[in-house]
Design a binder for this molecule. Structure first.
Ligand SMILES: Cc1ncc(COP(=O)(O)OP(=O)(O)O)c(N)n1
Ligand SMILES: Cc1nc(C(=O)O)sc1CCOP(=O)(O)O
Ligand SMILES: [Mg+2]
Length: 204
């Protein structure tokens, strides 16, 4: 996986901006993977957005990941799924998704990091690296020391998520992350393209 800047969507933080033009501007600015994360919409709306985003991202060769929902990923022929520890278990996701699709998994504890070494996931996501107001039902922050520990024991590519902004991006990569996943730093920005360019510039 080579996707150093991973954009996760959140319609609540768009502040009136259009989802598709925001994502496209971010991709033009350097975003290398996109996750559609819909917590409120109906299944039909979720699928419709996924199909539109997939069509938008394909010419840029940027993969589309669907949060939580294997059915939506299949319906939209998305490139993969991200699941957390309360979502569909890895073994079921693996069985349902066609070969070659991306599977991302959140890890919140040391035990979950070790357990994931048994599995053929595409990446694990340190959840959360720093505290964030965007998602508050998280357990404990990994911090930079936690990232270093994960890097030392995990065989998987490592994504960091939570509270990431231009001031801490470089330190996250120095601690061993392969990718940073952000919502507010890009989705909430007045100029999402500029925000993505700024983050990409800071990635070592
Ligand atoms: C890249 C990435 N990392 C972590 C998460 C969080 O997943 P989860 O714990 O299942 O929480 P929700 O996002 O579903 O609320 C993620 N979505 N993406
Ligand atoms: C979707 C998500 N998952 C998290 C986790 O810790 O698992 S934190 C998060 C939100 C990240 O938003 P921001 O970049 O605005 O902090
Ligand atoms: Mg989830």
């Amino acid at each position: 996986m080579n996707a150093p800047l991973y954009l996760v969507t959140d319609e609540g933080l768009l502040h009136g901006k259009d989802l598709y033009s925001t994502v496209e501007a971010a991709v033009k600015g350097g975003v290398t993977m996109v996750q559609l994360r819909e917590k409120e919409s109906s299944t039909r709306d979720f699928i419709e957005r996924a199909i539109r985003l997939k069509a938008l991202l394909t010419p840029y060769h940027v993969p589309l990941i669907i949060n939580d929902r294997v059915d939506v990923a299949l319906a939209a022929d998305a490139d993969g799924v991200h699941v957390g520890q309360s979502d569909m278990p890895y073994s079921r996701v693996k069985r349902l998704l066609p070969k070659g699709k991306i599977i991302g998994l959140s890890v919140e504890t040391r035990e979950q990091v070790i357990e994931a070494n048994e599995w053929d996931v595409t990446y694990i996501a340190a959840s959360p690296v720093f505290s964030t107001t965007t998602k508050t039902n998280t357990i404990v922050e990994w911090g930079l020391d936690g990232l270093q520990w994960i890097r030392s024991v995990s065989r998987h590519p490592l994504v960091a998520i939570g509270g990431i902004h231009p001031d801490n991006v470089a330190s996250i990569f120095r601690a061993g992350a392969d990718s940073v996943a952000v919502i507010s730093a890009i989705i909430g920005a007045d100029d999402p393209g500029k925000a993505a360019r700024e983050l990409i510039r800071l990635i070592p």
